[in-house]
Design a protein around this ligand. Structure first.
Ligand code: GLY
Length: 341
């Protein structure tokens, strides 16, 4: 079992990573908590949703939300809030999000908004959640106009990453987590593949924790965590979410390397290294589906949330991955043409 601290001064919190980590939940619950609202989904294994044995005398009510991006809405938040009102949840109480990234994003946003902010603890049950979504305090929901357009920064009081939850994770969700995990290979020089799963997840959390602590509200450096994400977000929209987020990130990492090469930031060997990690070591898809148009993808990339100044990418280079704004459209198109050919 490992504990990684997200070092945010008076809001620092621990992420517990390991088999049977759920047994540590009691340690992460703020002392004054009397009642707990669990936000979860129907398919989550009962040993992670039935929290009574870990929370002492506190009372627990469980609220299920629907599955998938279509339920990541303000409507779901309103339904949850009305349930919180029904149980009389106060600022001295706690929300616990139990599930993958969608659940912890929704649980986090409901906690951020209820009575202008109540504590939240996340029990992450997906690989993607453990290495990314549950850590760092980004919460939110979608609008018909786009993903995660409404949200808040709301740091949890603690996060549980119980590796036992991964035993029953569907292969596709596992691949999605691997897509995000592959990203961390390029943010540091670490040989993550030499580590066992617990070490590797804990290291990904540590890398993310360090970046988040240096730029909590994404004034700059935190956008590094979006390496591979500019094309990924465009692919998710262009395929109407046929491609899941982690799958799109795997493809987006290769495109980011191709673009870095097109802009003379990295050499061909470094592009090959990206392919070797993403396609070879992690065995992930590296080509987008057929039939996507360059104009559409460029237009979607221009609308990316981190694009404050034209096309913006996190790009590898001599000084490592950096955020590059105002990227000229020519290399973006040239790299896309090569990539889609
Ligand atoms: N998923 C990227 C971030 O948390 O900043």
């Amino acid at each position: 079992m490992r504990r990684v601290t997200v070092p945010l001064a008076d809001r620092a919190y621990d992420v517990v990573v390991g088999n049977e980590a759920i047994g540590q939940l009691g340690d992460l619950i703020p002392q004054r908590t009397r009642r707990i609202a669990v936000v979860t989904q129907a398919g989550i294994p009962s040993r992670f949703r039935d929290l009574a044995e870990h929370v002492g005398e506190r009372s627990v009510e469980v609220f299920e939300i629907g599955d998938g991006e279509a339920n990541k809405t303000l409507g779901t938040i309103e339904t949850l809030m009305r349930s919180f009102a029904g149980m009389g949840l106060t600022r001295d109480d706690l929300v616990v999000g139990v599930g993958g990234g969608m659940v912890t994003d929704v649980a986090g946003f409901s906690a951020a908004s209820w009575h202008r902010g109540v504590p939240v603890v996340h029990v992450s049950t997906s690989l993607l959640g453990m290495v990314d979504a549950a850590i760092g305090g980004k919460t939110g929901v979608n609008l018909p106009e786009g993903k995660n357009l409404v949200g808040a920064y709301w740091q949890p009081s603690g996060v549980i990453c119980d590796l036992d939850a991964l035993d029953s994770l569907p292969p596709r969700e596992m691949r999605c987590g691997l897509g995000e995990m592959a990203k961390y290979h390029f943010l540091t020089g670490d040989d993550l593949l030499a580590m066992d799963l617990e070490q590797r997840i804990a290291r990904c959390v540590e890398i993310k924790a360090e970046v988040v602590a240096s730029d909590e509200r994404e004034g700059g450096r935190r956008a590094l965590l979006n390496y591979g994400h500019t094309l990924a977000h465009a692919l998710e929209t262009a395929t109407d979410h046929e491609l899941a987020h982690g799958e799109a990130v795997a493809i987006g990492l290769i495109y980011a390397a191709e673009l870095g090469f097109e802009m003379d930031r990295i050499d061909a060997a470094r592009v090959d290294e990206h392919r070797a990690v993403v396609a070879g070591e992690y065995d992930l898809m590296t080509r987008p589906p057929d039939g996507l148009g360059i104009d559409e993808l460029v237009a979607l990339m221009r609308r990316d949330k981190k694009a404050l100044d034209g096309l913006t990418f996190a790009l590898d280079g001599p000084a490592g991955v950096e955020v590059v704004a105002g990227v000229d459209e020519r290399p973006v198109r040239a790299a896309l043409e090569r990539f889609l050919a």
